[in-house]
Design a protein around this ligand. Structure first.
Ligand code: MD6
Ligand code: FE
Length: 202
């Protein structure tokens, strides 16, 4: 576990929060989740297929399709989302100190050419709860902007095992992933990057 968090525009970034065995334990815990609720390619409300594939764990999962961005209690296949694994919940408690558990964990998978354009996470009911993200696998170039669209941005590479907490003033700051360095990590057998984001959604 890393000693301390660095801060960038209100994002608290814990480099190397998980060591190699901790990362492998989380990946192992995700396997049954991905089996029960397979990754799917979401479509934006405007009809654009996203480049990441995604699924969720928890009482609520984030989805997007022609009907819009929202939280739903079920995977598009109609099954309930699997529970959030204990190894993942432990990270939330470790970095936030909160008793309240997240009710949603979004799982994003980035293949070679996947990216995530600048966005705010604002489909949750109460922005006073933080969002906690966990990076696994290949490096991702994380870009942080401002609480309104536009303006100068700053970027930082997120590596496998890094954990980011977005809370307080920064809760509605724009952020995204410009690109990944495919093949930079050997954690995932087929390469790529997994990002988990835990939220109190509803
Ligand atoms: C990613 N992360 O790292 C995308 N959102 O792949 C996010 O969109 C994100 O890292 C909220 C808080 C932290 C994050
Ligand atoms: Fe986000």
């Amino acid at each position: 576990m890393g000693a301390a968090a660095v801060e960038l525009r209100g994002f608290r970034i814990w480099k190397d929060y998980l060591d190699t065995s901790g990362q492998a334990a989380v990946v192992d815990a995700l396997r049954p989740v991905l089996k029960a609720a397979p990754l799917f390619r979401p479509v934006t409300p405007r009809g654009q297929a996203m480049s990441v594939r995604m699924t969720s764990a928890g009482d609520l999962g984030w989805v997007t399709d022609r009907k819009g961005y929202r939280y739903e209690p079920q995977h598009p296949s109609g099954v309930d989302w699997p529970g959030i694994p204990e190894a993942v919940l432990a990270i939330w408690h470790g970095v936030t100190g909160l008793d309240r558990q997240p009710d949603s964990c979004l799982i994003n998978y980035y293949g070679q050419d996947a990216r995530m354009s600048l966005h705010q996470d604002k489909d949750e009911e109460d922005y006073s709860w933080p969002v906690v993200s966990v990076s696994l696998g290949d490096d991702g170039l994380f870009r942080i902007g401002n609480t309104t669209r536009g303006g100068k941005t700053e970027s930082i590479w997120l590596n496998s095992g890094d954990v980011v907490v977005m809370g307080g003033e920064a809760r509605l700051t724009y952020h995204g992933i410009d690109r990944i360095r495919f093949g930079s990590s050997r954690l995932l057998p087929k390469g790529g990057r997994i990002n988990l984001t835990m939220r109190v959604a509803g």
